[in-house]
Design a protein around this ligand. Sequence first.
Ligand code: 13P
Ligand code: SF4
Length: 322
Amino acid sequence: MKTGYLAPISTGRPSVPLVEEIRRLKEARRAVILAHNYQIPEIQDVADYVGDSLGLSQQAAKTQADVIVFCGVHFMAETAKILSPNKIVVLPDRDAGCSLEQSCPADKLAALQRTNPNFYTIAYINCSAEVKALSDVICTSGNAVKIVRHAPPERDLLFVPDENLGAWVMEQTGRPMTLWKGNCYVHVEWTHAAITRIRNEYPGAPLVAHPECTRAVRMLADEVCSTEKMVGYCKASPAPAFIIATEAGMLHRLRRECPGKTFIPAPTDRCACNECRYMKMNTLEKLHDCLLNLSPRVELSDELIAHGRAPIERMLQLSAMD
Ligand code: 13P
Ligand code: SF4
């Protein structure tokens, strides 16, 4: 798929603070900066839009910018490229992966699909473009329940690659599904014991957990939802303090959107490992460099874009329905 050519831009002003230089380059490139809720605070603060995977893909589908700078992980930037194939899509660090994406190689999925022609494959957006291309519909944590409720009743549902999100969706919908055995290496660190301890310490604070957490943690939660819905829940709740079981970058967004409220990061048992090492690969310096050099770029074949697009568009259509 061809992308436009933009002439190199020299910064020429090395003493200008990095954030100002990023803003100047962004204007010069006619770029939009999209950032996931787990990005470092400095990136969230310079972004045009900060949100969850669903919001980010909606933004990528409708932006008028020439260049999409995707501050998140690789599968998110790939999704943006599939939705806006004629735009240049860059990301600060090409190696920003995801343990869920890695858990589901396309050839293994294809082999499983061959065992049952009646499978209807629902892929969580945290997967490669190749896996998306093999799927019937995509979902995010923000719309997975809705997507499964709309799945054809006569088909056998196969949900990939997050077994925890899949199990939560089964609980919500009552629809049985075959679950791929993948998980998020960050969200499975929270345990029932560690969460129980922090709940005893802050007895009035609701526990808000991401559906990638294990069932043992989800069953303790007052609210299980996507990162974007966490903002809405905490804004609407009269509680002054919340325990948050998701990646640490979320706390910046919550503190910015809910001033005066207290957000307590849920502790893990073994380590302070509530940071996604992939999300944290992106830095302001790398963001600056990718705007300057328009690299690293996401490039996908026309065939992959064509096959990956239909299941993502199906998701966006279903998401827009009441
Ligand atoms: P959200 O879509 O809820 O932001 O989740 C993305 C993600 O990677 C969670 O680990
Ligand atoms: Fe993937 Fe987990 Fe990082 Fe989200 S937090 S991008 S699911 S590894």
